[in-house]
Design a protein around this ligand. Structure first.
Ligand SMILES: Cc1cc2nc3c(=O)[nH]c(=O)nc-3n(C[C@H](O)[C@H](O)[C@H](O)COP(=O)(O)OP(=O)(O)OC[C@H]3O[C@@H](n4cnc5c(N)ncnc54)[C@H](O)[C@@H]3O)c2cc1C
Length: 369
């Protein structure tokens, strides 16, 4: 008889975990409190983003994830754009980071303005851009809805929707509706809910929450496309990968002196396009365990103003605005894996890289269980 596994949470971490456990031969059940996952995994850009990961184990994990994303997307009939990315440099300090980074990482190339094909890129004052063919885009709303169907059909994974888990005491998972389910192995992937399961562990962990404001623009007319995912100099300040360059400090200093408000609100402005031609744009970063439920209009406006410095579109009509919250480690770790008791794992804290890293992380950490 197959061993049984229960995964709590149907966000990307839970789905990647369920896939890996099914591949390991477990009979897997996923328990999700909502009718469909509504957490960080459906609220993000859908960027699978290896270029943002520091070189070494994390970058390799991101590449592994990308391979799995492609396989899952093809099998689950999920739109995915292998569009790559362009990081634009308008300041000498931005150019210095790009050139140093490209010299350290020969898989990326520097493009002159006249070599850039995307019509969305603002060419005025553009010094150069960094081209990478690694980045893959999915529409999270579609992907997170279709992966459960794929896991059910391909591996027989059973999903319990509208079912909150109230307590885990191995081998039992107690549901809020009073029922109990048992399993040999239980993995809790409950995202930003630190309050329901293992609150005492989350209180002791070096983890907090981060709120990000996002927007989506309507489908661009006449199937107009932006090509690669686009970002500007703030992305060079934001991602760990670029912090490995010596020139990063001067760029950080420039933004600190000239636009401290961007750093105060953690602006990292990027845009990706989905298969329907809509543009997903964001974002900001506010940290803490008592985040306001209300969006701040001035933050959206800062994002739009900064975006217009490096990108222009055919139609800037905003179709929707929202925010998402993800758990973020405060000690520099890239995730937290806790073992509250034998047979139970808690996987959390993937921060702003959960879409990029979850499949690779599950592959590494669950291989030997
Ligand atoms: C705005 C935004 C943009 C982002 N952009 C990107 C990006 O482009 N690329 C990238 O790599 N990453 C990105 N991220 C990060 C990524 O989205 C997260 O790291 C990832 O979604 C975390 O997944 P998760 O499964 O841990 O959490 P979630 O998606 O929040 O899932 C947790 C699930 O657990 C369920 N749950 C919780 N408690 C219980 C319970 N007691 N019983 C039953 N169910 C429970 C919840 O209902 C929820 O569905 C972004 C995040 C945000 C917010």
């Amino acid at each position: 008889m197959k061993k049984r596994a229960i995964v709590v949470g149907a966000g990307i971490v839970g789905l990647a975990t369920a896939r890996k456990l099914a591949l390991k031969g477990y009979a897997v059940e996923v328990i999700e409190r909502s009718e469909a996952a509504q957490g960080a995994s459906v609220r993000n850009f859908g960027m699978v983003w290896p270029i943002g990961q520091p070189k070494g184990q994390l970058y390799e994990r991101a590449l592994k994830s990308r391979v799995i994303w492609k396989e899952v997307a093809e099998k689950a009939n999920i739109w995915h754009g292998e569009v790559g990315s362009l990081h634009m440099a308008y300041l000498p300090e931005e150019l210095a980071v790009l050139e140093e980074f490209a010299a350290q990482n020969p898989q990326y190339t520097i493009k002159k303005p006249e070599e850039i094909e995307s019509e969305a890129v603002v060419k005025k004052n553009l010094k150069a851009a960094l081209w990478s063919d690694e980045e893959l885009i999915v529409d999270p709303r579609e992907a997170i809805a279709k992966i459960p169907l794929y896991l059910r059909e391909s591996f027989g994974v059973k999903f319990h929707w509208n079912t909150a888990v109230a307590e885990v005491v191995h081998p039992r998972v107690k549901l809020a509706n009073g029922r109990t389910i048992e399993a040999d192995f239980i993995v809790v992937c409950s995202g930003a809910d630190f309050e329901t399961l293992y609150p005492e562990l989350f209180q002791k962990a070096n983890i907090t929450k981060c709120k990000l404001q996002m927007m989506r623009l309507v489908s661009q007319p006449n199937e107009w496309t932006i090509g690669p995912a686009l970002c500007g100099g703030l992305t060079l300040v934001h991602y760990e990968a670029f912090k490995q360059t010596a020139s990063h400090a001067a760029l950080q200093h420039w933004y600190h002196n000239n636009h401290p408000e961007y750093l105060r609100w953690g602006l990292n402005v990027m845009v990706s396009q989905n298969g329907s031609g809509e543009l997903t744009i964001g974002d900001s970063h506010e940290y803490g365990n008592n985040l306001s439920p209300f969006n701040q209009e001035f933050i959206d406006q800062m994002i739009l103003d900064y975006l217009a410095t490096f990108a222009d579109f055919r139609d800037w009509t905003i179709a929707s605005r929202w925010h998402g919250i993800y758990p973020k480690m405060t000690d520099g770790s890239t995730e937290i894996i806790m073992t509250p008791e034998d047979g139970v794992l808690v996987i959390n804290g993937l921060g702003g890289a959960g879409m990029t890293m979850s499949f690779g992380l599950a592959e590494e950490k669950l291989e030997t269980i």
